[in-house]
Design a protein around this ligand. Structure first.
Ligand code: NAD
Ligand code: UDP
Length: 319
């Protein structure tokens, strides 16, 4: 099959590309490299089944030849990134999604859209099932990301209803692993790099806020099942229900890294969600999927990758 991945040079896009190429498929990545990196996909060139087109998907685009599937993953994803790129983030969620859906309509291809647990905002229902409508502040700083994704979800369903496009939505919860950008400002790359450097590990607020963290290999398996094994519209939550407070996560990473770092408490960002955990019943029923990689194993692999690969770029903290 020939699969187009917008955002294919990013963290998740590069892992999806790698797995598809390894399974014998062809991948065309479309990426403007605003938060992605050529280095993430350099190793795929030799396969002869991978191509990177440098393009901003908010501008119309086409891909020569047949396309069997589209993974629309282009968007800044880290709060530090999307707060620096507020208008670009709204545009990639709106115009970028429309351009990807137009491509799907022209090619008769299934499209899977990377939505997010952020559509639930600071949730008042816990854990979050897909039926929960969320608790988002549209005029807070995170609104540029959350509302772009919510608009994009509506657009996906409108193209499905009005244009007959075979499109589906996955709501991705916090995912981690090798190739996260060392200075993207998210908790896990920050904690790992700080622990490895023996620097204070920056925990926001009192660190009692929780996230549920999924290793990237599990995420890839779910996304590819959603693309290749069903025509369901979703939305379907994809995440590991392993919920942990940021304080405990920081301590765990310090321990796994064999570090002597201490915790430093920094200001908590505005509208930072207090809890987050996916209800994954639907993913189990629809895709036969549940996460297989224990979080500790995932953290160990990530720490090893950062130990050997990650550059010494400055750590950016939220707020
Ligand atoms: P990332 O920043 O590593 O990757 C995003 C990629 O999109 C980058 O390569 C970037 O250059 C590209 N991009 C951004 N704007 C673009 C544009 N206008 N045109 C072309 N390319 C563009 O982030 P990621 O963590 O890999 O996230 C990928 C997708 O998954 C995003 O849509 C994000 O919202 C979603 N998601 C990720 C997570 C997570 O935990 N990683 C959670 C929920 C949702
Ligand atoms: N966080 C933290 N220290 C950091 C970076 C992030 O304590 O150096 C916190 C952040 O405030 C949030 C949680 O970790 O409460 C997860 O943040 P991340 O940016 O990884 O993901 P998101 O907020 O998008 O879930």
């Amino acid at each position: 099959m020939r699969i187009v991945i917008t955002g294919g040079a990013g963290f998740l896009g590069s892992h999806l590309s790698e797995t598809l190429v390894a399974r014998g498929h062809e991948v065309v990545a479309v990426d403007n490299l605003v938060t992605g990196r050529r280095a993430n996909v350099r190793q795929l060139k030799a396969s002869g089944r991978f191509e990177l087109i440098e393009h901003d998907v908010t501008e119309p685009f086409d891909v020569d030849g047949d396309v069997d599937g589209i993974l629309h993953f282009a968007s800044a994803a880290s709060p530090v990134d999307y707060l620096k790129l507020p208008i670009e983030t709204l545009r990639v969620g709106s115009q970028g999604t429309q351009n990807a859906l137009e491509l799907a309509a022209r090619k008769g291809a299934r499209l899977v859209f990377a939505s997010t647990s952020e559509v639930y905002g600071d949730p008042q229902v816990h854990p979050q099932p897909e039926t929960y409508w969320g608790h988002v502040n549209p005029v807070g700083p995170r609104g540029v990301y959350d509302e772009a994704k919510r608009y994009a979800e509506a657009l996906v369903l409108a193209y499905r209803e009005a244009r007959g496009v075979d499109a589906g939505i996955v709501r991705i919860f916090n995912t981690f692993g090798p190739r996260m950008r060392p200075n993207d400002g998210r908790a896990i790359p920050n904690f790992v790099r700080q622990a490895l450097a023996g620097e204070p590990v920056t925990v926001s607020g009192d660190g009692e806020q929780t996230r549920s963290i999924c290793y990237v290999d599990d995420l890839v398996a779910a996304i590819l099942a959603m693309l290749l094994e069903t025509h369901d519209p979703g939305p379907v939550n994809i995440g590991n229900p392993h919920e942990i407070s940021m304080r405990d996560l920081a301590q765990w990473i310090i321990e796994l890294a064999g570090s002597s770092s201490t915790l430093e408490f920094i200001e908590r960002p505005t509208d930072d969600p207090t809890v987050r955990r996916p209800d994954t019943t639907k993913a189990q029923r629809l895709l036969g999927w549940s996460p297989q990689v224990p979080v500790e194993t995932g953290l160990q692999r990530t720490i090893e990758w950062f130990r050997t690969e990650a550059a010494s770029a400055p750590v950016l903290t939220p707020g």
